[in-house]
Design a protein around this ligand. Structure first.
Ligand SMILES: Nc1ncnc2c1ncn2[C@@H]1O[C@H](COP(=O)(O)OP(=O)(O)OP(=O)(O)O)[C@@H](O)[C@H]1O
Length: 274
């Protein structure tokens, strides 16, 4: 990987909300074909970074470069078209929509059908629809969802809804996948299955950046970690080195407890009081 430019490169990225500097001159690289774990205590600025990279939020300053293209000011749909997909911390299932339809919605951007063809249900449209459904079913199988795809997505257990979201994101055929707490609400076994799936996706050529609080998963599945605190990058590098770093321990545990290991199973320290 050395010598290859990173797939995603963030430089001096800054976002303020009123008096809060959510992201503060952040520099971050995501190497091609890697899984990068973005960590940090609650409120550190991680989701705001994902929001800026994916075009949901406009940066106050700094740049985001994706595959050699400056995407800093690009809107979400254009960022998506260039090959970045994301999932959300809070699930966004459409009420009443089936599992299959969620994935078809992701595939939609790649379908070549026309409004005219769809309206008159031309044979080519029927064939296209069948192809899309086959593709959607294959994607669902890929993420480990083998049940009836015609059931309502919002009726599925939480962990399975996360998988639907992943299938929807994969349906857009991304180069870079951004995942905001993909294992939230999953037990250890489900989390590890998801981690194994992420490695398979990486092996298939995808690059992934995930916000993850579970240190076990970051150590197990990520080649690189980046830890934020108060909007700034504390450290980036091999996950074991990041976790062992004193500043990281202090950020999570508070200075007084930085010498203890007791909370490092899941690094999640809520400083917001919420
Ligand atoms: N739309 C917004 N308006 C105002 N403040 C915001 C907004 N979004 C984020 N913030 C603030 O910016 C800071 C960083 O928030 P962000 O959600 O990016 O943190 P995070 O590291 O993702 O936290 P968590 O792990 O809890 O999801 C926090 O202080 C948060 O309250």
């Amino acid at each position: 990987m050395t010598g290859t430019p990173p797939l995603l490169s963030v430089r001096g990225l800054t976002k303020r909300f009123g008096g809060v500097t959510a992201v503060d001159h952040l520099d971050l690289d995501v190497p091609r074909g890697s899984i990068v774990g973005l960590m940090g205590p609650n409120g550190a600025g991680k989701t705001t970074v994902l929001n800026m990279v994916s075009g949901f939020l406009r940066a106050d300053s700094g740049t985001v470069t994706f595959d050699g293209t400056d995407i800093t000011a690009k809107p979400t749909y254009e960022v998506g078209r260039l090959g970045i997909a994301r999932t959300y911390q809070n699930l966004r299932m459409f009420t009443g929509l089936s599992v299959l339809d969620h994935v078809l919605a992701g595939l939609h951007t790649h379908r070549r059908s026309t409004a005219f063809g769809a309206a008159f249900f031309l044979p080519s449209e029927r064939a296209e629809r069948r192809r899309s459904e086959d593709q959607a079913r294959a994607l669902l199988a890929r993420v480990g969802l083998t049940g009836d795809p015609t059931v309502r997505a919002d009726a599925l257990p939480y962990g399975e809804q996360r998988r639907v979201e992943l299938a929807r994101a994969l349906a857009t055929d991304p180069t870079l996948l951004l995942l905001d707490e993909p294992t939230a609400g999953m037990n250890t076994v489900e989390s590890r299955h998801l981690g194994d799936l992420l490695v398979e996706l990486r092996d298939d050529g995808l690059t992934l950046m995930l916000i993850e609080h579970n240190i076990d998963l970051v150590l197990r599945y990520c080649e690189q970690a980046a830890v934020m605190d108060f909007g700034k990058l504390l450290i980036s590098g091999p996950p074991d080195e990041c976790v062992a770093d004193q500043s990281v321990r202090e950020a999570y545990l508070g200075r007084a407890h930085a010498h203890t290991d007791e909370h490092l199973g899941t690094l999640r320290e809520d400083r917001s009081g919420s």
